[in-house]
Write a protein that binds this ligand. Structure first.
Ligand code: NAD
Ligand code: DAU
Length: 332
């Protein structure tokens, strides 16, 4: 039994990670989450109180972080400002949480000699051409495009420096686009599912040809636990499940699965600086640590996700109107 401090554990991937840890290990989890617009107590509903507790606070709060890290065995750092569109409207929370928050945690794990795992994104590598035969690997140079991805890239570099300079016991992972339950309705897949439930046509940025490499959130989280238990200190592992799809085909599949005509969507304003394509080569994780994804059918995983949003309107309804009002301002 170990004590995990999970930052951002009330967000999309973090709350699914907490559920995964409770189901698959005997660890106790302390969630540290600021409960921003993206964090929800409801995402942790039903979890056993003797296994999971929630501390509402900021990862930039050095005193609080020090206290929690002192009592932890492992710190898993999910907390971040995570949405590219928001980072274009107001970059400051991204600089604060993603950079200063990571610095604050690193200083605490350094003081207390604790194991640290850093959750990051494939976006740190920039984007690929649609016809590029290469995919991102651990040796791809960093080339982030947005305020979001540049602050994540900066946070990764802080972790690498703290490993090399101070001997911090850290691993890093950079994952592709996740889908599954408890994802905020600002994000692409939940936005289109909840739009259709509300009788609104799905919205495709630009021509819809941008490619993302989809992975189910449980596959991401199983990989994270694999890296925590088997990964080599100081190493980076890319996480992906060979799930490349362009946005147009994802929208068409959502429409079909929800009983609509596949072309019943609309094109809206494109995202400034919109990354064209992400694609992950996860050979290192598969070959060195033996991880394999369990969700091999995107269609089945998406159908289950649609069912989840249909059954859990109480969870997403409170955030829907404000999210669409925000998009209306940018014509998206
Ligand atoms: P999310 O926006 O759904 O959740 C973020 C959580 O962090 C929320 O609960 C929020 O309240 C909390 N948080 C924000 N600022 C905080 C602060 N200052 N102090 C404490 N808590 C704070 O994000 P997500 O999609 O679950 O992403 C989680 C992590 O995974 C991020 O680090 C992100 O960069 C990374 N990631 C996401 C994806 C993806 O597809 N969503 C893919 C790869 C990596
Ligand atoms: O690649 C990993 C990243 O994936 C994570 O680091 C980020 O935290 C996560 O938000 C996600 O970033 P994206 O920008 O790729 O995800 P988003 O859901 O915002 O958009 C996915 C694609 O869909 C992108 O090409 C933009 C497009 N899009 C998005 C929305 C919200 C649309 O066409 N229409 C929409 O309404």
């Amino acid at each position: 039994m170990a004590v995990y401090v999970v930052t951002g554990g009330a967000g999309f991937i973090g709350s699914n990670f907490v559920r995964w840890v409770v189901s698959n290990t005997d660890h106790r989890v302390v969630v540290l989450d600021k409960l921003t617009y993206a964090g929800h107590k409801a995402s942790l509903a039903g979890l056993p109180e003797n296994r999971v507790s929630l501390v509402v606070g900021d990862v930039c709060d050095a005193e609080l972080v020090d206290k929690l890290v002192a009592d932890a065995d492992v710190v898993v750092h999910f907390a971040a400002e995570s949405h590219n569109d928001n980072s274009l409207n107001d970059p400051w929370p991204f600089v604060s949480t993603n950079l200063i928050g990571t610095y604050t945690l690193l200083e605490a794990v350094r003081r207390h000699g604790k194991r640290y795992h850093h959750i990051s994104t494939d976006e740190v590598y920039g984007d690929l051409e649609l016809d590029d035969p290469e995919r991102f690997s651990e040796s791809t140079p960093y080339n982030p495009s947005s305020p979001y991805s540049s602050t994540k890239a900066g946070s990764d570099l802080l972790v690498r420096a703290w490993v090399r300079s101070f001997g911090v016991q850290a691993t890093l992972s950079n994952c592709s686009n996740n889908y599954g339950p408890y994802q905020h309705v600002e994000k692409f897949i939940p936005r289109q599912i909840t739009n259709l439930i509300d009788g609104i046509r799905p919205k495709l940025y630009g021509a819809g040809l941008n490619v993302r490499d989809w992975i189910h959130v449980d596959d991401h989280n199983a990989a994270v636990e694999t890296i925590i238990t088997k990964g080599a200190i100081g190493e980076t592992y890319l996480i992906g499940a060979d799930g490349e799809q362009n946005n147009k085909s994802v929208v068409e599949l959502i429409l079909t699965l929800m009983g609509h005509q596949a072309d019943d969507y609309e094109h809206v304003n494109d995202r400034p600086g919109h990354d064209l394509r992400y694609a992950i080569d996860a050979s290192k994780l598969r070959e060195e640590l033996g991880w394999t994804p369990q969700y091999t059918s995107f269609r089945d995983g998406l159908a289950a996700t649609i069912d989840w949003y249909r059954a859990n309107e109480d969870w997403w309804r409170p955030m829907k109107a404000a999210t669409e009002a925000k998009y209306a301002k940018t014509g998206q």
